[in-house]
Design a protein around this ligand. Structure first.
Ligand SMILES: Nc1ncnc2c1ncn2[C@@H]1O[C@H](COP(=O)(O)OP(=O)(O)OP(=O)(O)O)[C@@H](O)[C@H]1O
Ligand SMILES: [Mg+2]
Length: 356
C-alpha cells in the first residue's frame, strides 16, 4: 500500500534554519530514496527554500518570480486561490499543473523531487483565506474552517493519487509567524521537524510552540476559543507531533553556547517536561525515554555549522552531494570550498535523514 509521510519544518522563531533544513533534507532524502516521490510545499511567503531548489541566488529568485507572475501562478497561491474560488465540494484542480519543473532549471536536484513553489503574494492573500475559513456555515455539513485548513492536506493526497506506484514524502517549509498560511501548513502535516538554536529565545519559542499547537492550560476565558488549537480540536483535526528537534548550530552560537549537544540544557529541559506530561505531543519512536539523556538521543539531532559550504550550496541551489571542492562564484567573488567540510556537512544532513 502506498505510504505518505508528511513533515512540517516549523518553529515560530525566525531565522533558525527552517528553509535551509527543508532544502538539504528534502534533496538528500530524494537522492537516497529514488523510488519515492518527494514533494516540497513552500508555505512561507519569503519562498527561500523554493529559491534554493530553483537554482539559488538571483537565478532562483528569478525563477520563483516567473512562476508567481503567471496568470495562474504555478505556486501555493495559484493552487490555493483556485481551490477557494471553485468552492467546497468542487472537484480539485490537477495538482501537477501547479508544480514547478525544477529539473529543467536546476538539474542538480533529483528528478523525483517535486515543488509547489512559495509565493510572496501569500501574504496579501492571507485576509481572503481567513475570510473563506471564517465564512458562515450555511448547512450543518459545511465546515468552511476545516475545509480551508485542509486544502494542502487534500492536495498531498491528490498528488499521491497521481503516483500510485510510489510512496510519497512531503516536506513543508513554514514562516515563523502563526499566520493563516502557517495554520494550513501545520494542518497538512503529521510530523514536525523543529529547528532550534542554542540560545535562550529558542527555549521561550519552544514553550510558545506547544501553546500554539495545543492551547494554554487553562484556556483564556475569551480568547481561548479563538485559537487554532481550540478550533482544530473541535473539528477533530490531526495536530502534528514533534518528530525531531534539530539543534542547528549557526555560527554565532558556536563556541561557548554550542555546548556540544544538539540542544541547550534549557531547551532540552522544556521539551523533556512537555514530553513527560504529554508524551503524545511527540511521535512514538518505539522507545519511551525515562530520562533527559535518552530523550535527547531519541528526539534530537545536531546539525553542524555549514559555514562556507552552506553559503555556496544555498547560493548555487546545489545539494551538498553536488558541491565539489574548489572555487565557486558567489556575488562576484570566488569562494573556496573545502571538500572535507562539504563531506562533514553531508554527514550531518545524513544523520538528520536517519531520524526521519
Ligand atoms: N547549519 C547552518 N550553518 C550555517 N548557516 C546556517 C545553518 N542553517 C541556517 N543557516 C543560515 O542562517 C540563516 C537563516 O536560515 P534560514 O533562512 O534557513 O532560516 P529560517 O528559519 O528559514 O528563517 P525564516 O524564519 O526567516 O524563514 C541563513 O542565512 C542560512 O544560510
Ligand atoms: Mg525560511
Amino acid at each position: 500500500m502506498q505510504n505518505i509521510e508528511r513533515y512540517v519544518i516549523w518553529n515560530n522563531k525566525g531565522g533558525v534554519g527552517k528553509s535551509t533544513i527543508t532544502f538539504h533534507a528534502a534533496t538528500r532524502y530524494a537522492e537516497l530514496n529514488p523510488d519515492k516521490k518527494v514533494l516540497v510545499i513552500d508555505l512561507c511567503p519569503q519562498a527561500n527554500s523554493s529559491m534554493m531548489l530553483l537554482g539559488g541566488g538571483t537565478v532562483g529568485e528569478q525563477h520563483v518570480l516567473n512562476l508567481c507572475t503567471l496568470a495562474t501562478p504555478r505556486t501555493v497561491v495559484g493552487y490555493l486561490s483556485t481551490v477557494i474560488a471553485n468552492g467546497a465540494g468542487a472537484s480539485l484542480p490537477d495538482p501537477l499543473n501547479y508544480l514547478a519543473q525544477i529539473n529543467s532549471v536546476n538539474p542538480t536536484i533529483p528528478e523525483n523531487l517535486l515543488l509547489l513553489c512559495g509565493d510572496g503574494n501569500l501574504e496579501p492573500m492571507a485576509p481572503a483565506v481567513t475570510g473563506a475559513a471564517n465564512a458562515p456555515s450555511l448547512t450543518p455539513t459545511m465546515q468552511p474552517w476545516k475545509w480551508v485548513h485542509q486544502i494542502f492536506r487534500e492536495m498531498i493526497a491528490s498528488v499521491a493519487s497521481k503516483f500510485p506506484e510510489n510512496d510519497v514524502t512531503v516536506f513543508i517549509d513554514t514562516n515563523p509567524s502563526f499566520a493563516i498560511y502557517t495554520e494550513l501548513a501545520i494542518s497538512a502535516g503529521d510530523k514536525l521537524i523543529v529547528p532550534v538554536n542554542a540560545d535562550d529565545s529558542s527555549r521561550v519559542a519552544t514553550n510558545a510552540l506547544f501553546i500554539l499547537l495545543h492551547g494554554q492550560t487553562p484556556p483564556h476565558p475569551i480568547y481561548g476559543s479563538w485559537t487554532y488549537a481550540a478550533k482544530a480540536a473541535s473539528f477533530g483535526m490531526i495536530v502534528p507531533q514533534i518528530h525531531v528537534i534539530v539543534g542547528n548550530r549557526l555560527t554565532q552560537y558556536e563556541g561557548a553556547a554550542g555546548a556540544f549537544s544538539a540542544l541547550s540544557d534549557a531547551t532540552a529541559d522544556t521539551l523533556y517536561h512537555a514530553y513527560c506530561s504529554t508524551p503524545t505531543y511527540f511521535t512514538n519512536r518505539g522507545i519511551s525515554p525515562t530520562n533527559i539523556h535518552d530523550f535527547r538521543e531519541t528526539y534530537s539531532v545536531a546539525l553542524r555549522d555549514f559555514n562556507t559550504a552552506g553559503v555556496v550550496a544555498a547560493h548555487l541551489g546545489r545539494p551538498l552531494s553536488q558541491l565539489s571542492g574548489g572555487y565557486h562564484p558567489v556575488h562576484g567573488h570566488s569562494i573556496q570550498v573545502n571538500s572535507e567540510r562539504v563531506a562533514e556537512c553531508q554527514r550531518a544532513v545524513d544523520s538528520l535523514i536517519r531520524m526521519i
